[in-house]
Write a protein that binds this ligand. Sequence first.
Ligand code: HEC
Ligand code: HEC
Ligand code: HEC
Length: 357
Amino acid sequence: MRWVRELHGRTVITMAGIAAVLGLVVAVLIIGVGLFNVSARQGHWPGVTWAMHTTFESSVGFRAPPDSAVPDNLDTPDMVALGAGHYKSACMDCHGAPGVPRSATVQQMLPEPPSLALVADHWSAPEMHWIIHNGIKMSGMPAWPAERKDDVWPLVAFLRAQKGMTPETWQAMTDDAEGGCAVCHGPDGVSQNAQVPRLDILSETYIAQSLAAYRDGTRDSGIMYEVMSQLPKASVERLARSFADVSPEGTAMAPAELAAEGRALAFAEGGSQSVPACRACHGPWSAPINPAFPSLAGQHAPYLAQQLTLWREGNRGGGRAAELMFKASKDLTDEEIAALAAYYSGLKPAKLDDTAE
Ligand code: HEC
Ligand code: HEC
Ligand code: HEC
């Protein structure tokens, strides 16, 4: 373009100056004076919706984790049920649920939160995971209220299972007639869901300190943080006591080979001299143990393994004594974690001071 080359240096500067002033005037009119209409009634200018949505789709596709990140147990009924429990309190108001329509007001949001009944046809499991963990800027879709990523998978499991789910199934899965905690932890805290810890084996001190840790974020869990954000502080003591008052029932499992390996580990001193045997703090032990320590006897194996893995990776907080567990778990291999989880989950469900071999 010859005319560009023939432009005088000074002319170029003048033109750039004029463009800058014009830009500034437009900015003042939009930002300062308010000429741009932010009303959600108006819809976007032509092309803007397309540009925003395409940017969203490309961004998710570009950033989603690899398929190898998807856990093997994704589509199990326990994962789906836990996801449904959280979905009910955190997502349903915007996205609806089987038999539960979105409210008239929510439908006026721009963009409108879509029904997610068929969402799994459009997005892969890793893509849904990314969307739920990160949220979507400038759309009203919130980010996950925790750093850790593993506890997002139950939501993905639920979204995959939601396709074709009847309202009756949804109702049965999220029935809270027994109180809000029972949706996930079961009546009296005797959780039948292997992804959710049973509370009947725990002490009042440990339950209360765990709830406080979830509330102030020292224990990172998007699911329990959501619960605590809606639970009045005054209810914590009563709830902790009510679960601690339940006497655990159940019998020991027949010992398997893996559990025998776990027992050997639980009874041995840790590799480094400063780490005592697991049983010194978690039983079975003949003398009373500090009530700030949790009982593991009869706790679900997948939950135990998940918590030990979180600790090893430095992601599991807790009460003031949680520091002790960093030392105890930092050198554990995956096999040792599986063996320890098998051993403790197979013990007769019991409070800490009643644990038996
Ligand atoms: C305050 C309302 C709100 C809440 C609460 C909310 N979302 Fe959303 N969500 C949105 C909006 C709005 C969009 C649409 C974003 C867009 O298209 O740009 C969206 C989009 C999505 C999408 C992508 C859907 C698609 O078809 O592209 C998924 C998946 C999703 N949300 C899952 C969830 C889950 C799971 C939860 C609960 C943990 C949740 N959302 C909570 C408002 C919400
Ligand atoms: C949406 C499902 C859900 C609901 C509802 C729920 N919980 Fe939880 N709860 C979980 C999950 C999942 C965990 C494990 C979180 C983690 O990884 O730290 C958990 C952990 C806990 C723990 C820690 C147990 C331990 O062994 O360390 C306590 C205590 C607890 N919940 C109490 C409650 C109470 C009390 C309520 C009702 C006010 C409640 N939960 C409601 C799913 C739920
Ligand atoms: C010096 C005492 C101590 C030792 C030794 C110890 N722990 Fe712990 N453990 C704790 C404390 C304290 C907590 C609770 C931390 C919190 O959440 O505040 C805990 C929590 C746990 C939890 C989480 C339970 C739940 O309900 O969330 C698991 C699982 C666990 N320990 C397994 C083990 C295993 C396996 C070993 C042996 C390799 C071990 N611990 C050794 C003190 C100890």
